[in-house]
Design a protein around this ligand. Structure first.
Ligand SMILES: Cc1cc2nc3c(=O)[nH]c(=O)nc-3n(C[C@H](O)[C@H](O)[C@H](O)COP(=O)(O)O)c2cc1C
Length: 207
């Protein structure tokens, strides 16, 4: 980090912790989908280099772009998934390269909900808390059944790959589906899903 940043923004430049995660500074990179992945939804060398350059630049915590928890519901043609264990090794290449430069990394795990582009790939109809029309693609999503929520909850819980944290949302894209899931799943049905989505429950310790 440039000396000028340290001098003029001492708090921003100072170390912090979020839960058990120690950050070298308080600069957090928001998720920005690049469409730099491979066709098989794994990170490409180009994408890894993109993150590596941000880590070299001095940011304390990188939020990776949207990563789906259900590989059949792609976000974009070249977006990433962590739906299966088989993707873990490919993701370790990202985390290892970022860690080399002292930065930490968190994924933006998400179900794509009504924004899924699955129909472009012969996949299933997009789903959501109610019927909605995709503003981009024009197709209708199917309202989820209550009985489908435990599977989505499990997918959220399992989507990880040696990453510091698991869930982060910079925008409101997937909020409807997550909100539905939280309200119905925990408050109304109170099912013990054996999940561990700490960041949504815990206040960031950044003060
Ligand atoms: C090209 C591009 C891709 C983006 N991709 C994502 C994304 O995958 N997930 C997300 O939550 N936000 C995404 N965003 C939103 C950015 O994270 C957001 O713009 C950033 O946090 C800055 O916030 P602001 O636009 O309110 O200033 C994207 C923004 C841009 C410009």
């Amino acid at each position: 980090m440039a000396m000028a940043t340290k001098k003029h923004f001492p708090l921003l430049s100072s170390a912090a912790t979020i839960g058990a995660m120690a950050l070298k500074n308080r600069m957090v990179m928001s998720p920005m989908t690049t469409a730099y992945c491979n066709d098989d939804q794994t990170p490409s060398e180009r994408l890894i280099r993109y993150f590596e350059e941000r880590a070299k630049g001095g940011v304390g915590l990188i939020t990776m772009e949207l990563i789906t928890i259900d590989e059949s519901h792609r976000y974009m043609h070249r977006s990433m998934t962590l739906a299966e264990d088989k993707y873990i090794d490919a993701h370790r290449r990202i985390t290892d390269r970022i860690h080399q430069h002292g930065a930490k990394v968190q994924p933006q795990l998400s179900h794509t909900g009504p924004e899924s582009v699955a129909p472009l790939f012969g996949g299933p109809q997009p789903v959501g808390p109610s019927v909605s029309v995709s503003p981009v693609w024009g197709w209708h999503s199917r309202p989820l059944e209550i009985s489908e929520l435990p599977t989505i909850a499990r997918q959220y819980g399992e989507g990880r790959a040696g990453l510091e944290r698991r869930v982060m949302m910079a925008s409101s894209y997937m909020l409807p589906i997550v909100t539905t899931y939280w309200v119905l799943f925990f408050h109304r049905y109170a099912i013990n899903a054996q999940m561990n989505i700490l960041p949504l429950r815990r206040k960031p310790v950044l003060a």
